[in-house]
Design a protein around this ligand. Structure first.
Ligand SMILES: [Zn+2]
Length: 544
């Protein structure tokens, strides 16, 4: 068994050490080589020359080859090529500076790690390469041919900052990612589908673009509403309803706590026309307002800020800020270019000194004219220093004793609408005792909430048992209930009814969800911006 795996036509002539590397001199001994142009075997030698090749490290040492190769004359009279360099495929390609096996490993590492991390990994492994080479190797891998596909799932994902979107297309039968597209327009997805007229089923979200693309290009294909999105939309409607009732509940609590008069005039009325998103943001505002009112009430009773934070269920810094303002803080529309970046170096420096809490650093930044909230700084630091997250990023909580004292005096704080929503969507059999108690409490808030729970469970049951034929019945019940948040969901369902029934009924349409999640997580973790789209696409398509 030889120490080095080499093709039989290469003979080792010497070993040496150069710059910490094991250098192996190799001589090519094959008697002839085939002309790359005409394929004739050539044996007449023109000249010798030396190539330097990097190889995989062996037993802890980087390895390089000093390879003696030859040029041959092509003696085939009709061939245009007169001289050519000897071919040593598949060991090494003609102009490469590394062996084929080295380049393959670099490619595997590149696809698994991205680029920058790959440099660190290869460095530790004793593989000499560069970021540039790793990126080139990632891009060099040809995509697997897609072939015939009959059922696709199509969905969007956001690039790093969440402002731009791409599209992920999956084969629902093999659960493999078929392609990643650089945007989510109807045109781009239609162009992809046009290359696959054999498509029989398209599972998509309830946005119109993918639907219209499929209608146009593969009109014969069955369209189904993706079950994940159905549940998500229903969940949003439900969250609005829960937020409204939880807000009312908090208000009642605050009033029984004999609060000072609260600016009730700020409580808005739900607009008459309410797409789900509007209802949801309205309900969220109601929830914030109720939290604020509860906060004021608790302060009037002499509770400390940490105690209030604990009771209301929001961060200490928020409590402090809201109370300092003296009025209900309306939420500004989210600034889309929000970024801590110009302040980031300063922030990281101060954090590394290890003396300050997040709250202290945030105060410092604000003093320097910084306009973002505590949470933003918290997230930035948690992201930059994940290992310290537990230690120093945790919010300050009151001491155990204080906590107990409070819990004796006050009823349990209500959950947030979002948590409540998940309790409503889950099957009752999967809930723990404490969750069941919370669920009972929520359902007892108002007959409407109780009714909504029944309706939502019926819908989830249709999804689980694939009994889409009951949809009409269900839609009728929801209309009858007059629960306003759910009406918006119903309107959307009716507009897309054929696809929703198919989504509720067909077995295929749930494949996307499970298969997709991991791929999407991978994308998020990689954190690529739009600019690096080709690299992102390669990595998703060749994900290990
Ligand atoms: Zn030739």
């Amino acid at each position: 068994m030889p120490l080095l795996a080499l093709p039989s036509s290469l003979e080792i002539t010497a070993y040496s050490h150069q710059e910490g590397r094991l250098c192996v001199s190799l001589l090519s001994t094959q008697p002839s080589s085939y002309c790359p142009l005409c394929g004739t075997a050539a044996a007449r030698i023109h000249s010798h020359y030396q190539r330097r090749l990097a190889d995989l490290p062996t037993a802890g040492q980087p390895v390089c080859f000093l390879l003696s190769v030859r040029k041959f004359f092509c003696d085939e009279s009709t061939c245009l090529r007169k001289i050519f360099t000897e071919r040593l495929a598949p060991f090494v390609t003609p102009s490469a500076r590394g062996t084929q096996r080295l380049l393959q490993i670099v490619q595997v590492i590149g696809l698994a790690t991205g680029g920058r991390l790959g440099v660190r990994v290869t460095d530790r492994l004793g593989i000499q390469t560069s970021l540039h080479t790793i990126l080139r190797r990632i891009m060099a891998k040809p995509p697997e041919p897609v072939g015939a596909v009959s059922q696709i799932g199509i969905d969007d994902f956001s690039f790093r900052r969440g402002r731009t979107f791409g599209t992920l297309i999956m084969d629902l039968q093999t659960r493999k990612v078929l392609d990643v597209l650089p945007d989510r327009t109807a045109d781009t997805s239609a162009a992809w589908m046009a290359a696959h007229p054999e498509i029989e089923l398209v599972s998509r979200d309830r946005g119109g673009d993918y639907a219209s693309a499929a209608r146009k290009v593969v009109p014969e294909a069955t369209q189904t509403a993706d079950r994940f999105h159905l549940l998500k939309n229903l969940g949003e409607a439900l969250e609005g309803l829960l937020a409204r009732h939880l807000a009312a509940h908090r208000k009642r609590q605050a009033e029984t706590a004999k609060a000072v008069p609260i600016q009730t005039s700020q409580a808005g009325e739900l607009p008459k026309v309410f797409p789900t998103s509007v209802a949801l943001s309205w309900a969220k505002r109601e929830q914030r307002l109720a939290q604020y009112q509860q906060m004021v009430a608790l302060r009037e009773q002499g509770f400390s800020q940490p105690a209030i934070a604990e009771q209301v269920g929001i961060g200490h810094a928020t409590v402090s800020r809201w109370l300092k303002n003296g009025t209900f803080p309306e939420q500004k529309p989210r600034s889309r270019s929000a970024s801590v970046d110009p302040y980031l170096p300063q922030l990281v420096e101060r954090w590394k000194e290890g003396l300050s809490t997040v709250a202290e650093l945030h105060r410092e930044l604000v003093a320097d004219g910084y306009s973002h909230q505590y949470n933003f700084v918290y997230r930035q630091l948690a992201r930059s220093f994940p290992e310290e997250r537990q230690k120093r990023c945790t919010r300050s909580l009151p001491e155990g004793q204080k906590k107990q004292e409070i819990s004796k005096q006050l009823p349990r704080p209500p959950v947030l609408a979002r948590q409540a929503m998940f309790l409503f969507l889950r099957g009752p059999e999967g809930l723990e005792t404490k969750e069941q108690e919370t669920l009972m409490l929520l359902r007892s808030l108002h007959p409407e909430v109780d009714q909504a729970y029944e309706l939502v469970q019926q819908f989830a049951h249709m999804l689980r048992t694939r009994t889409g034929e009951r949809l009409d019945d269900w839609l009728g019940k929801v209309k009858e209930s007059r629960i306003r948040e759910l009406q918006g969901f119903v309107v959307g369902v009716i507009q897309d009814k054929a696809a929703v029934v198919a989504g509720l009924t067909l077995l295929q349409s749930n494949g996307l969800v499970e298969g997709k999640v991991n791929k999407l997580k991978l994308i998020k973790r990689m954190g690529y911006g739009r600019a690096n789209f080709p690299l992102l696409r390669q990595r998703v398509l060749h994900a290990l």
